[in-house]
Design a protein around this ligand. Sequence first.
Ligand SMILES: Cc1ncc(COP(=O)(O)O)c(C=O)c1O
Length: 469
Amino acid sequence: MVNDSSTRIVAALGKWIGQAPPGARLPSTRALVAEYAASPVTVQKALRTLTAQGLIESRPGVGTFVRAVRTARPLDYGWQTAALRSPQSRLPSSSTPMRRAPNDAIALHAGYPDRELLPERLIRSALTRVARSDAALSPSPAAGLPELQSWFANELGRSTPVGVTPPTASDVIVLPGSQSGLSSVFRALVPVGQPLLLESPTYWGAILAAAQAGVRVVPVPSGPDGPDPDELARAFEETGARVFYAQPNYANPTGAQWSNQLSENIVEVVRAHGAFLVEDDWAHDFGIDTDSSPVAAHDDAGHVIYLRSLTKSVSPSIRIAAVIARGPAGDRILADRGAASMFVSGLLQAAALDVVTQPGWQTHLRNLRHQLRARRDLLVTSLREHVPSAHLTTVPKGGLNLWVRLPDATNLPKLVADCEASGVLIAAGAEWFPAEPAGPFIRLNYSGTNPGAFPEGARVIGDKLARNT
Ligand SMILES: Cc1ncc(COP(=O)(O)O)c(C=O)c1O
């Protein structure tokens, strides 16, 4: 992602150092400036990085040298194997959507939107303002800044129909991103070893958070229209589960948006089983043909735990989200948050609040909708033209992803590797399934890379797919 010219110099000098004898003298800064056509500041930055990596040392007044003392022996951490034993659950250290892409790659695997889709001007002015405010120096209350709690409560309250009591600020817990919120909600509501129902396919990070919480995952099939309420009822009955995690709006990965009728039916099933629905409204700000319509807005009995994130619509660097939970469930989640991280940086909360309360925020969201529509449609058209054997399960009415079914015989790992070798990054669908994948799928994100490259990306996928079987 950040790949400035100092990174380029570090890479080139690193190679040179690898072949140079210990103690060899590096060219002077002036010579490096000329050789790499970079500024002295950039060269100094590269030298600092190499020093921090232990590859060079500078002797003031003499020069910079390849470090004479290399690592003398391979370090042995074998004792840790005995101390750690086997992990209780094997968590992958990184997932495909979090992979960094080389600058020139066509990155259709990504999870977070490209910078040009962020409200950069609003963010920069918000950060300048909050740097001068008290928020820069004070701890935040455990549940979050009251003004931000109110903002999240009002946002959900806007969709609450007459006759339903809207949430209040005190029902809101501010989070450092919704990922850690998922962990807290699962830990707080599902005892270790007990069942947790998840849509299948579903967000890989939810599968991960469930594994971290040590709960037993039970998949409930979910298609382009959402899950079947009868299947859900059966799963509650068979397993005794009390929690169902789902994304009623623009689900990641399928793009499904539940109809009003389905939302009512699902909430009815949840109520009838004395259970919770954990509603992840991750793409609330990414409606394209429709608006996100939170199921939680229709529940004031504490059955729906509602997660709303700003990390993708404000900035991934201002990691702010919130959970809205009523009753003792909210107290348990807050207790878990306290144990995990005490409170969220007040500076980031104030910055997020500043951005979303500027008049320019609504203008930004309107523009974003147009941009996402153009990107989605271009990727759909490109796929139809270049990958005719791919089946788009649905053209999503919002969100950031296309969920694409490939022919049965597709060798998915090979396809992903072949595309990557040609500079196109795609995500194999297996990561979104809590159990065995229901078929060979790929997830393509239309927000993370330059849309001008979509036709070429699709052409490469089509070409590699044609040679795949
Ligand atoms: C469905 C869903 N939920 C939650 C998250 C976590 O987002 P964050 O922690 O950035 O709020 C993501 C991120 O991709 C997501 O796709």
